[in-house]
Write a protein that binds this ligand. Structure first.
Ligand code: PEP
Ligand code: MG
Length: 575
């Protein structure tokens, strides 16, 4: 009999295949006393296991195929760092010595202490990083207890199409399994921000997470349908369901093929308006993925990822090499955003000094942090200016809320330029400087800011968060996150008009720009410059090519003039 199960759909797509369970999820760890004269040997045993776990992870990292999005290797790097972190290693050694217990139990105590720190964090994104601690510790526990986590097929690669069902899957397992015939992942734990979710999306493999009791409810080798968009899993489907989902699957495959034919076609609307579609990237390696998806340049390079998952800060030379690599790899302009650390993007929670702020999103982040720590900013600015010698670099400042921040940043840039020229370095003559419009204050004063920058880029992720007063990573208020809220649309409209009136370019690089269901609305609001996750470029291009921009502008003008909220909503729905 068929069985419908619901979890959280985190990676789109439909898969129909048989279940293979990932065994060995739960480890039984016993605690026992170790005689004082045996303690040094026990510490040695722990250190050996830690080194073996490191070697396993390094091997997985070396197996990541070339051309894979950079965030995938970054996840393994995070685990390598955690596994080698002194807070984990030293505390375990100390636990063995002080409590006189076995390595497995001592490691479990260290894990519990670390997990408790993560659980206290306000920020749901950081809270989910407790998964990383669990994954890393469980890898060492397995070496210590000699319990292999059995990947389906063991050492023999899977050949039959398979849906993997597990309690949780580590990034390392996902990488290994994705190189086999795995069509979808279903896990009992995790949420949309978990690494399983992010990785599955990057690899384009459908995934449903947070499906409690999945291992108990689904049988080994049973046929299932996984709908990674809606979060459904249908076990033992009848012929009617199979036919329905196979048809859907065919439609999606056909749609993907059709989209590919647009790759080299121009992004011009039905009535001849040229639109620029660029890509957002996070690591230099992503530049190749952006080009492969037909992006006309990089509209947002989030440089903070160079600072994350590592010990210490990147040097000027290292940053210069990274930026130059992107600049040389991409045809067209590259908009590099200066450091946007703080709030949900921390360098390393262990390095943070002072008390945790109550409202990190409203605290010292992005441009505020850079202006407070000019040396941090100066190193990055010098690297950016040096990279400008190799291509069309544009510099973008995040979270601008006042003219004075803009002026201070530009003054620091001028000082760095003069310094570099004195040192005989090459710097491009003209480097456009832009402001991200992601704070309501900036949108409202956009006509004033527009006089002092070369371009605007609207960051809707933050603009929506700050306009509607909802933490963008807090699940509890997620239902209020509404890109179509009239207040949000008015701010976007205001920014586009102010920018165009001042004769500067206005782009959008928040998630809204990459969601094809908003493309008509944004074109109607006057936007012609979009930047998005590379995977979304072709879908948005299709929406652009089908649009009649003149007509959309008239209709959107009516929406923005609507006399009541009801009129506003119904006109919008009919667009
Ligand atoms: C945004 O806020 O829309 C944006 C693009 O920046 P980030 O998501 O990196 O904060
Ligand atoms: Mg932002």
């Amino acid at each position: 009999m068929s069985l419908w199960l619901s979890g959280i759909g985190v990676s789109r797509g439909i898969a129909i295949a048989r279940v293979q369970k990932l065994h060995g999820g739960d480890l039984e760890i016993a605690e026992y006393t170790v005689a004082p004269e045996e303690l040094e040997r026990e510490i040695e045993r722990f250190r050996d296991a830690q080194q073996q776990a490191l070697a396993q992870l390094r091997e997985v990292r070396s197996k990541i195929p070339a051309g894979t999005p950079g965030d995938i290797a970054a996840f393994i790097d995070t685990h390598l760092l955690m596994l080698d972190d002194r807070s984990l290693v030293d505390s375990t050694v100390a636990n063995i010595r002080s409590a006189g217990i076995n390595a497995e139990a001592a490691l479990r105590r260290s894990r519990d202490a670390l997990v408790a720190v993560f659980e206290q964090m306000e920020d749901p994104y950081l809270r989910t990083r407790r998964d990383d601690v669990e994954h890393v510790v469980s890898r060492v526990q397995r070496v210590l207890t000699r319990t292999e986590r059995e990947l389906p097929g063991g050492q023999v690669p899977l050949t039959e199409p398979t849906v993997i069902v597990a309690d949780d899957i580590t990034p390392a397992d996902i990488i290994l399994l994705s190189q086999q015939a795995v069509l979808a992942f279903v896990t009992e734990y995790g949420g949309p921000l978990s690494h399983t979710a992010i990785l599955a999306r990057s690899l384009g493999i459908p995934a449903v997470v947070g499906l409690h009791n999945a291992r108990r409810l689904l049988r080994e080798n049973e046929l299932v349908i996984v709908d990674g968009e809606h979060g459904h899993v249908l076990a033992d489907p009848d012929d009617k369901a199979l036919e329905h989902y196979r048809r859907k699957q065919d439609q999606q495959a056909q749609d993907r093929r059709l989209l590919q034919t647009l790759r080299d076609k121009p992004a011009i609307s039905g009535d001849g308006v040229e639109v620029r579609l660029q890509a957002n990237i996070e690591l230099p390696e992503d530049a190749a993925v952006a080009t492969a998806n037909g992006a006309a340049g990089i509209g947002l390079y989030r440089t903070e990822f160079l600072y994350m998952n590592r010990k210490g800060l990147p040097t000027e030379e290292e940053q210069y090499q990274a930026y130059s690599r992107v600049v040389s790899a991409v045809r067209g302009p590259i908009t590099i955003r200066t450091l946007d650390l703080g709030a949900d993007k921390q360098v390393d929670s262990g390095q943070r000094q002072g008390p945790t702020p109550n409202n990190p999103a409203l605290g010292l982040r992005a441009i505020r942090l850079c202006l407070k720590e000019p040396e941090l900013f100066r190193v990055q600015m010098r690297a950016l200016l040096r990279a400008s010698a190799h291509g069309q670099v544009r510099i973008m400042l995040p979270m601008i809320s006042s003219l004075s921040e803009l002026r201070q940043a530009k003054a620091l840039m001028a000082t760095c330029r003069a310094e570099l020229i004195r040192e005989g370095r090459v710097v491009a003559d003209r480097i456009p400087v832009g402001a991200m419009i992601e704070v309501p204050a900036a949108a409202i004063s956009s006509s004033l800011l527009a006089r002092e920058v070369d371009f605007f880029s609207i960051g809707t992720n933050d603009l929506i968060q700050y306009t509607l007063a909802i933490d963008r990573v807090d699940d509890e208020v997620n239902y209020l996150y509404d890109p179509l809220h009239p207040a949000v649309l008015r701010l976007i409209h205001m920014t586009i008009e102010a920018g165009h009136k001042a004769g500067i370019e206005v782009s959008m690089c928040g998630e809204m720009a990459g969601d094809a269901c908003y493309t008509r609305l944004l074109l109607g609001l006057g936007l012609t410059d979009f930047s998005m996750h590379p995977a979304n470029v072709l879908e948005v291009k299709r929406a652009v090519r089908e649009a009649q921009v003149g007509e959309l502008r008239r209709r959107v003008a009516d929406i923005m003039q609507a006399a009541s909220l009801d009129d506003f909503a119904s006109l919008l729905a009919a667009l």
